[in-house]
Design a protein around this ligand. Structure first.
Ligand code: E4P
Length: 218
């Protein structure tokens, strides 16, 4: 499973990129607004840190407007992935961009039917938002299971399932068990993936025994 980080915080991305575990980045208008910086500057800095796909979302809602914004965004770096909403205009834009060889992430997917449409539009990634479904009492992970089942029936569909709106390490593990291609994870959840109390306890014991014995490797 590929790990993307879901943030527009360049300092966070730099630290995570140094871990060697980062395969890509997703941003959205809310995250870029939260950074308080210009979209072009943020995306350009992120693309210099991460060689994998970096999603930059259009703000226009009509096809022509999305295409105009996409042309600007994809000029920033070769790994920019244009993020479009799952609307008729978004999917039309997706088809046009992927036909031109541009990577596209179709976002705000909340149903298997929508995911199928995104795949048929040639999306590089489709982003089902599982946390937001859980928030309204629906079963977010059930959506991932349904989409994976559907995509497996048609080997010619090359769209990768990018699990979004991830809220916990359990979301990541459950999505991986279903074979989802990518999880985009907020930095705090990504850091939580490392944690287990027995790892901390075991390491403390090993170091204490080592020190007591007065051993050294060098
Ligand atoms: C994905 O690309 C989105 O940016 C993100 O996962 C949204 O998550 P949220 O529901 O926590 O805002």
């Amino acid at each position: 499973m590929k790990f993307f980080v879901d943030t527009a915080d360049v300092a966070e991305i730099k630290a995570l990129a140094e871990s060697g575990l980062l395969d890509g980045v997703t941003t959205n208008p809310t995250l870029v607004a939260k950074s308080g910086r210009k979209m072009r500057d943020v995306i350009s800095e992120i693309c210099a840190l991460v060689s994998g796909p970096v999603s930059a979302e259009v703000a226009a809602t009509d096809h022509e407007g999305m295409m105009a914004e996409a042309r600007i965004l994809r000029e920033i770096a070769r790994n920019v992935t244009i993020k479009v909403p799952l609307t008729p205009d978004g999917l039309r834009t997706c088809r046009k961009l992927t036909d031109d060889g541009t990577m596209v992430n179709v976002t705000l997917c909340f149903s298997p039917a929508q995911a199928l449409l995104a795949a048929k539009a040639g999306a590089t990634f489709v982003s089902p938002f599982i946390g937001r479904l859980d928030d309204i009492g629906e079963h977010g992970m059930g959506l991932i299971a349904d989409i994976m089942t559907i995509f497996r029936q048609y080997s010619y569909l090359k769209t990768e399932v990018l699990v979004a709106s991830v809220r916990s390490p359990l979301h990541v593990v459950e999505a991986a068990k279903l074979g989802a291609h990518v999880a985009t994870v907020p930095p705090p959840v990504l850091r939580q993936l490392f944690n287990h109390p027995l790892t901390d306890k075991g390491l403390a014991n090993f170091l204490a025994d080592w020190k007591k014995a007065g051993l050294s490797i060098a």
